[in-house]
Design a protein around this ligand. Structure first.
Ligand code: F6R
Length: 616
């Protein structure tokens, strides 16, 4: 889950590498480093533990000699702590060769033992240095970087994106990938490599997606892609649909603040082009009617926030399609011998499209004959490429580590998928489908209203609660996954202990946690739409209040019944019961962000985390 960038062309590569790393820093921020081949043909390298700003300051004080070929890396530590020595790049061949790497080389100890027995020495504790030294040994034999690189990558087991350059071959950067992301940016007289397109979108929107087990060599004038045996392969071109300004903070205090403000557009853009004559028809799924008609089961696979989106999606998908739906945590799925057949549709949900747990679960299911469909936010990512079909969410680039606008887009995409399948299978009357479409189309406006009316109120509430040590979240039905999401966001960016519970579960144990003053957020279903559920949740509120809890409710505008029992009320506009999560999550995103800000924390880059979790 490190960020990787490579450049060859006419421009000073340091500027391009640092700008690319700034856009990739969401992938890890334990250390950063760059290597540049200067005009005199000498390879210079600088790397520093800490965020990219530490490296930037260092380079400002002690500049590297300028050059136009370079590689850069931002790290999320796996093998070896976040120190200068363990930072990338790693050098070999007496400092003439530089290597950067993402993910984990699983057989690194045995390779290291082999190299140590031959007299090679190592400076760091990383698996990456093993690849660098191995490449150095191969280069010494062939003096051909591409050939040496090929001989190296076939020895590596595990997952990796690897980039390398050698000062004897300036104007050349080589890269390889296995189960880890790498995309090519095509410029005029210059070319780029990146963990994702954000690395180079400022310079070009023309990109190529490299497949599994392929090697790429870029020079200023050309790109060649081969498989690990050296045979040429065709690569898929694509156009990046957003521009660099979409990945800028643009005056907001944090990327998260910007991304929460973009939740209305994330929903609207995900709906666009998928509603025709008041009904849902997703063009990307044309030709799959037989598949949808024949499935007997859907399994949603995801991790973290994306899995909560899946839990929300389950309610609507089962209700509208009458197909049983399971939601599985990707990292648990393939280790328990799941029952799969060709009538099972696996729907993976992933913002990054690179989460290793999810990728491995998708591959596992596909190998066992299940059909696979990916709901993904990132073009050219690995999971959609490894799936039979993809429905992209169009939330735009999400940079803050905590996922927000992607979450509402993921729910929207699942609702579209469910309505698409319901139309194919004829499980919903047209009038009812049309009503759901009207509800969906109204969501962006309603989220905008929550943002408009509640942002200041919630910031104030968060400020008052800055010293809070623990917060509980309760919800029923679709409110339950939203309670889980509210708790995860708070843990993640505010470092406050938080738990989400199904409100009905409270009396089976968690109520023992309630003591005087304990803050409890409660997601209250609409009394108009589901009086029974509403009344049960109001009873749950009374149970916690009776034990001294401080209750903050998220409730529909005009719900007078909750007022006597609430210390604070956060209002959301009226919506059908299945659509409420798209609104009720917004105050919880605002609250987590407000609390993180009130505590003076780094909202976008919380400790120990990285956005794209590409290790299992
Ligand atoms: C939480 C969060 C994570 C991700 C999870 C899956 O705010 O961002 O829990 O949702 O790591 O990531 P993707 O969606 O990229 O597969």
């Amino acid at each position: 889950m490190c960020g990787i960038v490579g450049y060859v062309g006419p421009r000073p590569s340091e500027d391009i590498l640092i700008a690319g790393l700034a856009r990739l820093e969401y992938r890890g921020y334990d250390s950063a480093g760059i290597a540049v081949i200067d005009q005199a043909g000498h390879l210079g390298m600088r790397k520093r533990a800490g965020k990219l700003s530490v490296l930037r300051d260092d380079l400002a004080e002690h500049p590297l000699a300028a050059g136009t070929t370079g590689i850069g890396h931002t790290r999320w530590a796996t093998h070896g702590g976040p120190t200068d020595v363990n930072a990338h790049p790693h050098l070999a061949d007496e400092g003439r060769l530089a290597v950067i790497h993402n993910d984990i080389i699983e057989n690194f100890s045995e390779l290291k033992a082999e190299l140590v027995s031959e007299g090679y020495e190592f400076l760091s504790e990383t698996d990456t240095e093993v690849a660098a030294v191995l490449l150095g040994r191969e280069y010494a034999a062939s003096h051909d970087l591409v050939a040496a690189f090929r001989a190296t990558v076939v020895r590596l087991e595990g997952a990796f994106t690897l980039l390398a350059m050698h000062q004897d071959q300036p104007g050349l950067v080589v890269g390889a990938r296995r189960n880890s992301p790498l995309v090519i940016g095509l410029g005029e007289g210059e070319n780029f490599l990146g963990s994702d397109v954000a690395a180079f979108v400022e310079y070009t929107r023309n990109a190529l997606a490299i497949g599994q087990d392929q090697i790429v060599a870029i020079t200023p004038d050309g790109v060649t892609v081969t498989d690990f045996d050296g045979a040429d392969v065709e690569v898929e071109p694509f156009q990046v649909t957003w521009d660099a300004s979409a990945a800028e903070k643009g005056g907001w205090s944090s990327f998260m603040a910007k991304e929460v403000s973009e939740e209305p557009e994330a929903v609207a853009n995900t709906l666009r082009g998928r509603i025709h004559d008041g009904l849902v028809a997703i063009p990307e799924l044309d030709g799959l009617d037989d598949l949808f008609a024949g499935i007997t089961r859907i399994v949603m696979i995801a991790a973290g926030t994306a899995s909560y989106a899946g839990m929300v999606g389950k309610y609507a998908t089962e209700h509208w399609t009458r197909i049983p739906v399971d939601v599985e945590l990707a990292h648990e799925f393939r280790y328990r011998d799941p029952v799969l057949d060709s009538h099972t549709l696996i729907v993976s949900i992933s913002q990054s499209g690179e989460t290793m747990d999810t990728l491995m679960a998708v591959k596992y299911a596909r190998e066992r004959g299940a059909a696979t469909l990916s709901i993904c936010n990132t073009q050219g990512a690995t999971i959609p490429r490894e799936s039979d079909a993809v429905v992209y969410t169009h939330a735009g680039p999400e940079v803050a580590v905590a996922s927000t606008k992607a979450f509402v887009a993921q729910i929207t995409a699942q609702y579209l998928l469910a309505l698409h399948i319901a139309r194919v299978r004829g499980t919903l009357p047209e009038a009812e489908m049309a009503q759901h479409v009207i509800e969906l189309e109204a969501i962006p406006r309603k989220i905008a209203k929550v943002l408009e009316t509640e942002t200041a109120h919630i910031a104030q509430l968060a400020h008052w609660m800055a010293d809070t040590r623990s917060v509980l979240f309760l919800g029923r039905h679709v409110g339950y996954p939203i309670a889980l999401e509210g708790a995860l966001k708070l843990k993640e960016i505010s470092y406050i202990h938080a738990e989400g519970f199904a409100a009905g579960e409270l009396k089976h144990g968690p109520i023992a946690l309630i003591e005087p003053g304990q803050p409890v957020f409660v997601l209250v279903p609409s009394p108009r739409e589901s009086a029974l559920l509403h009344d049960k949740v109001v009873s749950n509120i009374q149970e916690v209040r009776a034990r001294g809890a401080r209750v903050i409710v998220v409730a529909e505008e005009g719900d007078a019944a909750v007022l006597p029992f609430a210390d604070e009320v956060l209002h959301i506009p009226l919506a059908g019961p299945l659509f409420e999560p798209l609104l009720s999550v917004v105050p919880l995103h605002l609250f987590a962000m407000g609390l993180s800000e009130a505590k003076g924390l780094d909202v976008d880059q919380p400790r120990n985390l990285a956005k794209s979790v590409t290790v299992e």
